[in-house]
Design a protein around this ligand. Structure first.
Ligand code: ADP
Length: 384
């Protein structure tokens, strides 16, 4: 199959910022792409060849979209799996497969997968409804503190809560969930593993993620992580083992905890480009987005080596600002060497909404981190 300047059609479910950045590659390679997204103003809209508006969880919408393409991929996990299964049966190439996605879409199923495959993860209990946790507390089969996680539809920390008392359970949705041991980690790390149709595998360097204390959202990503070679190697091995167990095609971002005793535990995985890999656009020989496209088309994987060290800063909507977005002081950071802003193109800002990111590259990771802090302090996403 010819992909470049041909009749081949690649479909992408989801047209957010991850989709938009995937399209940098399809534009570069002149690969014809179709995008489906619920929003008429999706960031991907302008960069794809054909745009369709529709519900990603609706069977008919996903099925009818899938019938228009040769290969189908996604930039978001919350898509209709039954439609993917039918499309696969009817000959559409779906990567990552419905089988991979099915194991990941539900956090309880995902955690059980780790246990079944002897992969390290924090101890947990699964509950059909949040309400059932009360009786587990009464029977002392669960102890405070623990981390409550909605099994489905959580993202960017909004389906996660640290529970220290019964009070903290109040107001949580009564849905399928897991209660996980609170890990007192030293660091949060991530490794993006790429695997193409032929089974070739390449992992990116281990990154370190720094989180915003309130929003539970990544604030900085540092590449490479400031850890010893020994720990980096351990993290990479866990990520590669996880990737092999899922036997996925495309990217698998593996989020990890480094515990106080230098154990590596898997937090969760995402079978798509990930926030922990945005810096690869400027800092790596092959961006994660290009790598995903290469992988799902069965092309040779590119080098995952760093050209430079980097820090990625998420640009999120400022608190108390809602409405049409303004990027205050963006010119200031464009005066700094090695600093590149990315604006996703979402018209409306709201508190903590991911509106863009900034990549800082430098030969030295500590210097990059210092500049990243200046970037964070200077730019603000506010409303008009
Ligand atoms: P999401 O899918 O919304 O990104 P995660 O499961 O990754 O949710 O959790 C978001 C963040 O919450 C993590 O990055 C971490 O900072 C914190 N967290 C999650 N699980 C635990 C845990 N078991 N112990 C301590 N902190 C946790």
């Amino acid at each position: 199959m010819k992909y470049f300047s041909s009749n081949f059609k690649l479909g992408i479910l989801g047209g957010g910022q991850l989709g938009k950045m995937l399209l940098y590659t399809t534009r570069k390679f002149d690969i014809h792409t179709l995008v489906l997204d619920p929003s008429a103003e999706a960031p991907s809209k302008l960069a794809c060849n054909e745009f369709f508006q529709g519900d990603l969880m609706d069977y008919d919408t996903v099925y009818n979209f899938g019938k228009k393409v040769d290969t189908l991929t996604f930039e978001i996990e919350n898509v209709n799996i039954e439609a993917l299964k039918t499309l696969e049966k009817e000959g559409v190439k779906v990567y990552p497969s419905s089988k991979t996605l099915e194991k990941i879409q539900n956090k309880a199923t995902q955690k059980l997968f780790y246990i079944d495959h002897n992969l390290p993860t924090a101890p947990f209990q699964r509950f059909a409804y949040t309400e059932e946790i009360y009786s587990a507390i009464e029977h002392s089969s669960i102890a405070f503190p623990f981390v409550w996680k909605s099994a489905q539809f959580g993202y960017d920390g909004n389906g996660v809560k640290v529970v220290r008392s019964k009070e903290d359970l109040k107001g949580l949705p009564n849905v399928e969930c897991v209660a996980e041991e609170l890990v007192l980690f030293k660091n949060e790390l991530a490794v993006i593993v790429s695997r193409n149709i032929q089974g070739d595998v390449k992992a990116y360097p281990v990154v370190e993620m720094e989180f915003h204390p309130e929003a539970n959202q990544v604030e900085y990503v540092l590449c490479p992580a400031r850890i010893s070679d020994e720990i980096a190697n351990k993290a990479k091995q866990v990520a590669l083992k996880t990737s092999a167990a899922f036997d996925h095609v495309g990217l698998l971002a593996v989020e990890l905890f480094l515990t106080q005793t230098d154990e590596i535990l898997i937090n969760e995985v995402a079978p798509r480009p990930h926030n922990s890999g945005h810096q690869t656009i400027e800092a790596s020989y092959t961006s994660q987005f290009e790598q995903h496209i290469r992988a799902v088309l069965g092309l040779p994987l590119g080098s995952t080596e760093n050209k430079l060290s980097s820090v990625m800063v998420n640009l999120v909507g400022a608190e108390n600002h809602q409405g049409e977005a303004v990027y205050e002081n963006i010119e200031k950071l464009m005066e700094m060497d090695g600093v590149t802003p990315h604006i996703y193109g979402k018209k409306e800002t709201r508190p903590f909404r991911k509106m863009g990111h900034v990549t800082v590259v430098h030969s030295n990771i500590e210097n990059a981190r210092t500049i990243a802090e200046k970037v964070k302090k200077s730019i603000k996403v506010i409303s008009k």
